[in-house]
Design a protein around this ligand. Structure first.
Ligand code: S3P
Length: 182
């Protein structure tokens, strides 16, 4: 088998879920322990657009940001061997849950609105939460997005779990799903 052959690579682990559910923190941690490549889609998009996310939203609009996210998944996601933390809205548009599933094992991280609000309160790259009442906004958006997250991946709850516990839970799901993919 040639090096780099798609079939020789373990499946990607793709983390989806709302802002503040810990996709990046967990993804980095797992990449370090499994010695895999870590990719953060927000970072990839900022790098290729040479713009900060807040500027893309402000100057080009959310629709353009979503187009960049889809383009990255369709054309730049590695065939395997990577751990990918996605932006919170990436999995939501029509067809994205199915597309993501075709690219790897998808795990959807969940947290309560209160936990998310606490974890995101100091963030600077989340224009969607720059509002008078972020908790209310989180509740609304989460209710809209929940079905897509559930459709995209196997759910894992992050509340009340520290990083090693969460990593263990996700690793179990990944091993099982990888086996089932054959
Ligand atoms: C977004 C989540 C952010 C970032 C952008 C939009 C969303 O990523 O992609 O601000 O629509 O939920 P994180 O989930 O990493 O915060």
């Amino acid at each position: 088998m040639q090096h780099g052959d798609r079939s020789s690579l373990p499946p990607n682990l793709i983390l989806v879920g709302f802002m503040g559910t810990g996709k990046t923190t967990l993804g980095r941690h797992l990449a370090q322990t499994w010695r895999r490549r870590f990719i953060d889609t927000d970072h990839e998009i900022e790098r290729s657009a040479r713009m900060k996310i807040t500027d893309i939203f402000a100057q080009k609009g959310e629709a353009e940001f979503r187009r960049l996210e889809r383009d990255w998944v369709e054309n730049h996601m590695p065939a395997g061997g990577a751990i990918v933390a996605t932006g919170g809205g990436l999995a939501i548009p029509e067809g994205m849950p199915e597309l993501l599933k075709s690219k790897g094992v998808v795990v959807a991280l969940f947290a309560t609105p209160e936990t998310i609000c606490r974890r995101t309160s100091a963030s600077t790259h989340r224009p969607l939460l720059r509002t008078e009442n972020p908790l209310e906004r989180i509740r609304e958006l989460l209710a809209i997005r929940e079905p897509a997250y559930l459709k995209a991946g196997i759910s894992v709850l992050t509340d009340g779990r520290n990083l090693p516990e969460l990593a263990q839970a996700v690793e179990r799901v990944y091993r099982r799903e990888s086996r089932d993919r054959g």
